[in-house]
Ligand binder design. Sequence first.
Ligand SMILES: Nc1ncnc2c1ncn2[C@@H]1O[C@H](COP(=O)(O)OP(=O)(O)OP(=O)(O)O)[C@@H](O)[C@H]1O
Ligand SMILES: [Mg+2]
Length: 222
Amino acid sequence: MSVVKLETVFKSYFIDNVEYPILKGIDLVVHPGEMLAIVGESGSGKSTLMNIIGLLDHASSGKYYLNDHDVFSFSERELAKLRNEMIGFVFQSFYLLPRMTEEQNVSLPLLYRNAHPDEIKERARKVLEKVGLKNFLNRKPNQLSGGQQQRVAIARALVGDPHLLLADEPTGALDAKTSEDIMNLFLELNQRDKTTVILITHEEKVARKCSRVLYLEEGFLK
Ligand SMILES: Nc1ncnc2c1ncn2[C@@H]1O[C@H](COP(=O)(O)OP(=O)(O)OP(=O)(O)O)[C@@H](O)[C@H]1O
Ligand SMILES: [Mg+2]
């Protein structure tokens, strides 16, 4: 079984009716428990690929199986449900909701699932403990450092027990020391909890810590 299986995925953007091909036939299989790094130059299409894998965008053509679900045949509504249940996404800029506390931000994916308030509280606290942040439950994002905000975002990505954790340059906005801490957290989540991780990074040093590295070049994964 695979977590992710892409077959000949193409993606073009159109601006003023001019086609800009970005992905030109991507084949990719990711197995449970893998930690895959995707490396590539700025503009090579890494985020485009990640957004397709994360069900945030549609491919132009090809096939995509997420845990053996043929996702390109799903409606938007079904996709939203699948995304909520299967995928945790962490971005370079953390995208926390500024007016909500740490605990509320982390609880959101479970609120969308209509989980029971007691369960939400328990799970939110558990993941915040896992990322080392259980003492700041009532703080808002602007009362946390960048590294702490990213930990909250990681806790939010994990709270729903995703099959797949996607991270698009999660350390891009952090200093060297904090980046290393966050990378170690991803490694720990992968090695200890067997979470499947796909990570986009510019940094070879980060990529080398992953179990597999693929390069996105001229629309192909190599
Ligand atoms: N919505 C869009 N409409 C048109 N073109 C887009 C759109 N999004 C991205 N692109 C173009 O697609 C190409 C790939 O963009 P993408 O964001 O996937 O690159 P990236 O590898 O993630 O780059 P970076 O390392 O800078 O984040 C770029 O040339 C970009 O300008
Ligand atoms: Mg990008």
